[in-house]
Design a protein around this ligand. Sequence first.
Ligand SMILES: *Cc1c(COP(=O)(O)O)cnc(C)c1O
Length: 486
Amino acid sequence: MAIVTFPADACHIIARYPGPNLRLITGMRTIIEPFRIKSVEPIHFTTREQRTQILEAAHYNAFLIKSDDVLIDLLTDSGTSAMSAEQWAGIMRGDESYAGSPSFFRFRDVVQEITGMQNVIPTHQGRASEKILFSIIGGAGKYIVSNTLFDTTRANIEFSGAEGVDLLCAEGKDPLVPAPFKGNLDVEALKQFIEEKGAANIPLCVLTVTNNSGGGQPVSMANIRSVSEVCRAAGIPMFIDACRFAENAWFIKQREEGYGSMAVKDIAQQMFSYADGCLMSAKKDAFANIGGFLAMQSADLAQQCRNLLVITEGFPTYGGLAGRDLEAIAIGLREVMEEPYLRYRTRSTEYLTERLAAVGVPVMQPAGGHAVYLDARSFLPHIPAHEYPGQALVCELYLEGGVRGVEIGSFMFGKYDAAGKLIPAQMELVRLAIPRRVYTQSHIDYVAEVVIDVFDRRSAVTGLKITEEAPLLRHFTAHLRPVGAH
Ligand SMILES: *Cc1c(COP(=O)(O)O)cnc(C)c1O
């Protein structure tokens, strides 16, 4: 593998001053995909006329488009990773014994090694971990505090009767202002909230690393430490939503004083050392197509979780997974911490961000770990929140070039007040999530061209209205239509 080497602080330069002239600044070479391709999967081209019909038939909801009708699928980085040759080999090694499979012990050992958590509980994906945890600790009158809860996490909290509260730092709320750790939790707001509501009513604090709904932005080690101190003093357990723990650790290494020469694994271990437990979707930073886990120090809480696990997921040594999935996850969790991979990974999102920012497309700065976030509010300023500018942009990107992204704004998070008026989300973003190890630089160049072509004709884009929706996670199934259409 030809790995480019460059001075340790070149990364700091890139992180702080992203710009198109990297080679001039650093003298470094292109950061290449740290793999070669052994098996290929065709992607499907459609005409603009076909896409117009497809979009209408999908009720202007990208979740309802068949993936065969999508050319470049940036809907999510979840479960869409390319597995390595090693992982496929692990699939064959998977032991499908109902109880006590060696695949479970390999999985458990890796999770324990990285997180330091004593109790490891496999689940079929992240939200299954959430359902189990919040069924036990949630409930009416309780508050779960967070930097930003992911949509399924929030839905599981609310389903239990509890309330989810986001206490994101100020810099995290402005997509266009660059800062190194825009995923940080506002520690002062946390202290105030605890004082106001009482620690007894706050059964858990969840730190989402990186902050998916807030732009894939990292949380600093200093912030993890401070949040942990405040929570410990108040007797509130702190869990890490660890879906992208390796990307977060990499950003700490790049951007936080004192971590530049530390191994990613050591940084990850330190992150987890401040927590009482963690939840993870292995569909993200484990390169697996399915899977997840809950891990925690408390044997008592773990026992309660396992009691629910056996009635909803499966026996404690497989949870909701096949032995082969446990193998793929165990191998993926190690591979994801390899530095050539993380360097390439974060560079690909940064590269797309740079190309867009260079021509004035409003894009979140700096680039997130797993995705590029377009600021739909600035992109389409003529479309008000109640006409869902983010969703309108998602539709245009599909029409323009068969690129599928996802709205993270008022369509996903909007609520209604007592009078039925939309309470908009804090930000109107469109996420272009980059699947791990799947697309090459030319795919990403194509995506940039599509976004720029939509940007050039942005004033002609119109808003949407919802015609049908479900009470929770409405964005998955809702129907919309263009404003003015009948
Ligand atoms: C994906 C995700 C989840 C939920 O995991 P699933 O495997 O999709 O159920 C929870 N939290 C975060 C931050 C996520 O990105």
